[in-house]
Design a protein around this ligand. Structure first.
Ligand code: SAM
Ligand code: SF4
Length: 330
């Protein structure tokens, strides 16, 4: 029986994002510290527990599942998770956010597992800037991964870009042209104050109002009513297949339409990306291996504490939440 999840502000939750690992082969400057200590393996949900949780949510009205991280494709045996989730017919959309480094090995498996749309993060087309932003990433691997994903043929590939002032903002047109040339969508994400960084986010952050103003000087854009279930607002570019998405937590708060919750790799159910409000699901999963009832009850009750909105404020010295995006899952 389906018991729809409706929160205290009457928002229906039909979308979960699951972080399958806190580990990553990159150390993007806005997402991680240079030196990271990752969780011991027994503090991370097993792939079976992740699958069980997704299946439980799917009996509660969730139809869209995004696998994220950390870098989901570096998790050992990740193939089995996609293969198992693809068997769940209640999950209408199984998607992935990846840094692209492993796509050369994993794209075919993802397609075979029924993944139709993937988001690939690509902050720069310049190897030096790419290295500066990802610290340990290799642009060539990502470009090969994108080309391979294009050959495999997904329904939609979207690029995710975090624009940072005086670092990669001069590439806004090159990145958009790259997306147009390859028939990809492209989203610009405003940098969010998640985790402590060694620079001031206020200095690097760029409002998406500025982004769209810039793009309008070169491209013929039209605002469209396109929805993917996520927070992006979309523009089409005349005479191209490419849509531009803007994810603007600062300049255009999107919380009123929030339809999602996040599960961290530790099994914490975060009710909002930008708040600490959470419940712990790992103890319940381990205490009740054969009874989903208590877990469903906890999830249903969590709807009463889902916050109305994030409280991101770039003017504050300390970040809104101290955990990095890689912990909660972007
Ligand atoms: N490793 C994968 C990747 O990079 O696509 C998936 C996880 S990553 C946390 C998901 C998305 O979050 C990426 O597009 C990344 O650029 C974005 N992200 C990470 N930290 C962010 C921050 N502080 N503000 C805005 N976006 C951020
Ligand atoms: Fe890794 Fe993605 Fe975070 Fe970059 S944004 S450090 S690729 S998890």
């Amino acid at each position: 029986m389906t018991t729809n999840l409706i929160d205290q502000f009457n928002r229906t939750i039909n979308y979960i994002r699951i972080s399958v690992t806190d580990r990553c082969d990159f150390r993007c400057i806005y997402c991680m510290a240079e030196k990271m200590t990752f969780l011991p393996r027994d503090e991370v949900l097993t792939l079976e527990e992740i699958c069980r949780l997704a299946n439980i949510f799917s009996t509660m009205g969730v139809t869209k599942v995004r696998i994220t991280g950390g870098e989901p494709l570096v998790r050992k045996n990740i193939d089995s998770l996609f293969q198992n989730l693809s068997k769940n017919k209640n999950i209408k959309e199984l998607t992935l956010t990846t840094n692209g480094s492993q796509l050369i090995h994993k794209a075919a498996m993802l397609k075979e597992s029924g993944v139709k749309r993937i988001n690939i993060s690509l902050d720069s087309l310049n190897p030096t800037t790419f290295k500066k932003m990802t610290r340990t990433g290799n642009l060539n691997d990502v470009m090969n991964g994108i080309n391979h994903a294009l050959d495999v043929g997904f329904e939609k590939i979207k690029l995710n870009i975090v624009l940072m002032r005086d670092i990669n903002d001069s590439e806004i047109f090159d990145l958009t042209n790259y997306a147009i040339d390859h028939g990809l969508d492209i989203s610009f994400i405003e940098e969010m104050p998640l985790g402590l960084t060694d620079y001031e986010r206020k200095i690097t952050s760029i409002s998406n109002d500025e982004v769209i103003k810039n793009l309008n000087t070169r491209f013929s854009l039209e605002k469209i009513n396109y929805k993917t279930g996520g927070p992006a607002k979309y523009w089409s570019i005349q005479n191209t297949q490419t849509k531009i998405g803007l994810i603007s937590p600062h300049s255009h708060n999107f919380c009123g339409d929030c339809n999602r919750v996040r599960i961290s790799c530790k099994g914490e159910l975060y009710l909002c990306l930008g708040q600490e409000t959470k419940i712990e699901l790992m103890p319940l999963l381990r205490l009740f291996p054969n009874d989903d009832g208590p877990i469903k009850e906890a999830i249903t009750n969590s709807m009463k504490i889902k916050p109305q909105s994030h409280e991101f404020d770039l003017n504050k010295k300390n970040p809104a939440v101290v955990r990095f995006m890689s912990h909660t899952g972007g």
